[in-house]
Design a protein around this ligand. Sequence first.
Ligand code: BV8
Ligand code: ZN
Length: 253
Amino acid sequence: MDAIFEAAEHIRQARYVTVLTGAGVSAESGVPTFRASDGLWEGHHIEDVATPEGFRRNPHLVWEFYNERRNKLKQVRPNPGHYALVELEKRFAERFTLVTQNVDGLHQQAGSNTVAELHGSLYRTRCTGCKDLRIHDLEPLGELPKCQKCDRLLRPDIVWFREELPKEVWQRAYLAAQACDVFLLIGTSAVVYPAAGLAQIARNRGPAGDEGATIIEFNLEETAVSNSVDLGVYGPSGVTLPKLIEQLSMNPS
Ligand code: BV8
Ligand code: ZN
């Protein structure tokens, strides 16, 4: 049976669906993926631009990196994969949670309402002094943006490596992984923790004896977790996700 047909069968019978997306869901929108740049990210070392030590060492470089990525967002738009996930949310309403590792805001732009942003957002800054949180459009923020309230240095409201994830967002994602009976892993290499651990939580959910969630992976290729998912749907998510929605609407449950 074709994988998309099988995935639709599982989703049709699901009571609660949780989705975890990664950079792959935005690839067809023109947002470079993280891993494809083999550890170099847009020409920078992760250590220099995506860790608190890197920011302490050279905030100029970090702000140049983030201003460049924010500027690039002006040219990108959600792709059919993002819109397919909006349809899926409409179908399941409050029995659906979309968790993303992405910081590009494209799920919200496409119309998704329940988006748990595990790693923060390029649209927000946080003050390193008074913690003031601000939402910005994509205007340049300057080389070393300062807080309007206390004049201290702003940082991107992004979770860097070796930083804790925001407690309440992680809690929401954790509960959604436990509550679901179908868990979709979409466009993620599943190497970054604790995000990647949500699939294990979904598989081991519920009291002993209660069987775990069905894990379905949507990716271009196999990943670090492919041998422990129940079903793999391989191809560009901008193609496979709309096909899934089409399949679901053929014989709605
Ligand atoms: C934490 C924000 C507790 C930045 C990101 C050793 C020492 C210290 C820490 C660790 C360690 N070992 C592990 C850790 C934990 C570490 C970690 O997991 N490291 C990995 C690299 C081994 N995690 C952390 O540090 C986390 N915090 O653990 O705190 C702690 C505290 C102190 C000390 C220890 C632990 C914080 C992690 C968050 C980091 N921030 N983003 C920014 O974005 O600017 S994560 C960064 O990686 C990206 O944002 C993205 O979220 C993630 C990359 O993952 P993916 O989204 O999966 O993207 P990727 O490119 O990898 O894959 C794309 C996939 O899509 C591929 O599979 C590809 O095939 C597929 N694809 C491509 N095109 C398509 C497609 N699929 C479908 N269709 C297509 N068209
Ligand atoms: Zn401040």
